[in-house]
Design a protein around this ligand. Structure first.
Ligand code: ZN
Ligand code: MN
Length: 477
């Protein structure tokens, strides 16, 4: 029996505002526990929230970037639940009139285009963190994150494969980064995805019962969680059982999901309008201004890179998929005007060294214009490519300035053609056996001779020149 998988996504993203959504506490990640806390975000009785205007501005930005309608009269509601990570015992969120509705994000998987519909985007506050300490058998609570602004982006159940989910998350992450609303550091929890998943036999149109997997925090883990849960549900059905609607926790180490609690419905939260906050009215002018200030978005940038620079689509997808790679590309390009070279360096050395040093792309920190300078130094034959790679590694790790570093370490290419010829003549004279082999038609010998010459020239000659001189000198024999 074949099964169809249907999935919907709820993505929470922490906004990079300086202060929390309803108070002046810092949103900065980390910090000693309970140091970014005040009477408002710790839920003291008698305090009142004051909405951070920047949160609304960011929500409008994301709404426009994801083709949503902006709800010009929207409101906050209380979502009641008792859990110590939220000391007020309710979360201020939006249920009845969320700020953005009816949008879509276009994705492409294996050459097939698809629009994933966005049901809504709402603003809400994040909860604190509970730290379970099995050693002392107690739970500690850190309210630094409590009240950090969130956008929750709720898709329609439009996904059928894990690849579609990953393509959507990749695109959404790029949009959130390009619009400057979030750093999307998944390892710090500023982008978290919940996956709703159900399966049904191909022979029926009726959707199966769905489960929800919460807060999966890497793309790879999401792909594995989807595959694992899909298989689990099919097994349940094939054994004659019924899938139960519940929230499950994906344990990526064990490669399995575990039931956490039966899934709540909206009525379980006893939502009601938030009485401490006035409704938000968004004028036409406000929307128009945000639209006019919108940066170039991932799809437009990709189209422009393809059209203007003639780069391979695969490379463009990777570079435009990250705001941080785009920054490297554009700053290096401004310094050298060699788009293909810049793209090749990013796809090659930059990403290789990032992997090798376990550096996230957002933390790559050398002076990007220096990559453009290095490219020009190669073009002007100041250094050859192997040397340039060594210089780049120094740039990547220690942010050295390439021209100065090359000078200080005497890495310039040997420009003296007479010296190259001298070395070639000597190497040929020292290797009579190789010459004999070459005379018998063994062309491979020239590579050996080339290696010997480069060694004598300390790797600093232009390989093309050395090759040409070797050919000339061999021809004389
Ligand atoms: Zn506070
Ligand atoms: Mn939420």
């Amino acid at each position: 029996m074949d099964y169809i998988t249907t999935m919907g996504l709820e993505v929470h993203t922490e906004l990079s505002t300086k202060t929390k959504i309803f108070c002046n506490c810092s949103t900065e990640f980390g910090g000693e526990p309970n140091t970014h806390v005040c009477e408002v975000c710790s839920g003291m009785p008698g305090t009142l929230p004051v909405l951070n205007r920047q949160v609304v501005e960011y929500a409008i930005r994301v709404g426009i970037a994801t083709n949503c309608e902006i709800t010009q009269y929207n409101k906050f509601d209380r979502k009641n639940y008792f859990y110590p990570d939220l000391p007020k015992a309710y979360q201020v969120s939006q249920l009845y009139l969320p700020i953005c509705r009816n949008g879509h994000i276009d994705i492409e998987v294996n050459g097939k285009k698809k629009a994933i519909r966005i049901h809504e985007i709402h603003m809400e506050e994040d909860a604190g963190k509970l730290i379970h300490d099995p050693w002392d058998d107690c739970t500690l609570v850190d309210y630094n994150r409590c009240g950090v602004p969130l956008l929750e982006i709720v898709s329609e159940p439009d996904f059928e494969t894990g690849e579609e989910v990953i393509a959507y998350l990749t695109k959404l992450k790029a949009i959130l980064q390009y619009t400057g609303v979030s750093d999307c550091k998944m390892e710090q929890g500023s982008l978290r995805a919940d996956v709703n998943l159900s399966v049904r036999p191909v022979t029926t149109d009726e959707l199966g019962t769905r489960t929800e997997m919460k807060n999966i925090n890497s793309f790879k883990a999401i792909a594995r969680a989807i595959e694992g849960e899909r298989k689990r549900q099919i097994e349940v059905i094939e054994e004659g059982g019924r899938v139960v609607q519940e929230t499950r926790r994906w344990d990526d180490n064990k490669g399995a999901s575990f039931a956490m609690r039966s899934k709540e419905n909206a009525q379980d939260y006893r939502y009601f309008p938030e009485p401490d906050l006035v409704p938000i009215e968004i004028s036409d002018e406000w929307i128009a201004r945000v639209k006019s200030e919108m940066p170039e978005l991932p799809d437009a940038k990709k189209a422009r890179y393809l059209a203007d620079y003639g780069l391979p689509e695969y490379d463009v997808d990777i570079i435009t998929g990250s705001k941080y790679l785009v920054e490297i590309f554009e700053q290096a390009l401004a310094a050298c005007n060699e788009p293909k070279e810049v793209s090749n360096w990013i796809m090659g050395e930059v990403l290789r060294l990032a992997t090798e040093t376990s550096t996230d792309v957002e933390d790559i920190s050398f002076d990007f214009a220096n990559l453009g300078k290095l490219i020009l130094l190669v073009k002007k034959n100041v250094v050859n490519r192997p040397t340039a790679k060594e210089v780049f590694e120094k740039m990547f790790r220690e942010n050295v300035e390439p021209e100065q570093y090359i000078k200080e370490n005497g890495l310039e290419m040997v420009q003296d053609d007479n010296l190259v010829r001298e070395v070639v003549v000597k190497v040929l004279a020292d290797n009579p056996k190789s010459i004999a082999e070459w005379k018998e038609g063994n062309e491979k010998v020239t590579r050996f001779l080339m290696g010997q010459c480069m060694k004598q020239l300390k790797g600093k000659a232009d390989p093309g020149t050395v090759n040409a001189v070797i050919a000339e000198e061999l021809a004389k024999l």
